[in-house]
Design a protein around this ligand. Sequence first.
Ligand SMILES: Nc1ncnc2c1ncn2[C@@H]1O[C@H](COP(=O)(O)OP(=O)(O)O)[C@@H](O)[C@H]1O
Ligand SMILES: N[C@@H](CCC(=O)OP(=O)(O)O)C(=O)O
Length: 360
Amino acid sequence: MSKKRIVIKIGSSSLTSIDGTLSPLKLAKFCHAFAEFKKAGHDLIVVSSGSVAAGFKEMGYPSRPVTVRAKQAAAAVGQTLLMQQYRFQLTQYGLIPAQVLLTRHDFRDAEHYKNVSSSLSELLKRGIIPIINENDSTAVEELTFGDNDMLSALISGVMHADMLLLMTDIDGLYNKNPLLYPEAKKYKKITNIDEELFSQTDGTTTAVGTGGMRAKLKAAQAAQEMGASVYISTFRESESILKITEFSGEGTYIVPDTSRQMKTKKQWIAFHASSKGSIVLDKGASNAILNEGSSLLHVGVTDVSGEFSTGDVIDAYDEQGSLIGKGQAHLTAEKLRSVLKNESTASSIVIHRDQWVPMK
Ligand SMILES: Nc1ncnc2c1ncn2[C@@H]1O[C@H](COP(=O)(O)OP(=O)(O)O)[C@@H](O)[C@H]1O
Ligand SMILES: N[C@@H](CCC(=O)OP(=O)(O)O)C(=O)O
């Protein structure tokens, strides 16, 4: 059997008791499943929520706090308690966890982005289980939008995982929120995440969750685009992680339309880098870069905005004003403007096809 690499994201709802505090028993069951999967020789990366749940009681809050400030403080206390539990449990199986705290901003800078991948790779090489959470004390988005779902998708992309498992309190993705509509039907397999699917999910969360099913769907879409399959369900002891990766789970599978994984460099262009400028392409150039696999030459550029340097990511729009892709500039904005003004006959590459990512 070939070696698998998976990312498993555990939502707060899968780690908490009825009163919203961390449940060591639930955490222990996950660790048992991790140990079984690791024993079979596979790579596992965990993205675990639960720091707010683990910390709020010790902070003296009577119930899970609601303000971002209080959640940040509770997360700072709870993260140490969360890791203490993971360590305690995993040690019993001879496994070592490593704490990695990240924010989505860590992916924006190309150098940081490379570091995320190389440090996680080193941990995996040494058989260690990275346990990632958002750096809640500085990342406000996380506590507001439930970015652990998206973070886990980005991790599956950069680490070229075969599958992302989103573990939550519900056994799959339904065509309506089943808590409000008991007649809702569960999807077994999805290949295309479209607007209709988004309209069937809402931001409703469990008492301890953030972001709801919509955040999971957005994350699944990103993971799918990067080439990883996604599984959304609730954790059952009877279902091994291996079984889930073999497509025998009871939850919802979201499979990529192509089995090709997006190259790391292209992931950075598509999902992480912030654009430093934009260009508008005429019809011929849009067609050449989108459908003929050509690089973009200056003759097809009708407008340039912003100041960018070589290697910066820029947005490309068609004549109708729709974003058609992103790519790394092959020349500076200043040079491009001057080339366009001089009506030079020599062709200058504006975006090389290897540094171009089309947007749907
Ligand atoms: N179409 C849907 N299918 C399944 N669940 C949905 C749907 N729409 C909304 N939900 C809600 O999403 C919730 C899970 O999200 P969330 O509370 O953020 O979980 P977690 O803490 O595990 O990240 C479910 O409890 C459910 O109420
Ligand atoms: N980072 C926060 C959780 C934020 C989050 O994404 O929550 P969830 O929707 O439960 O995965 C924590 O550890 O409590």
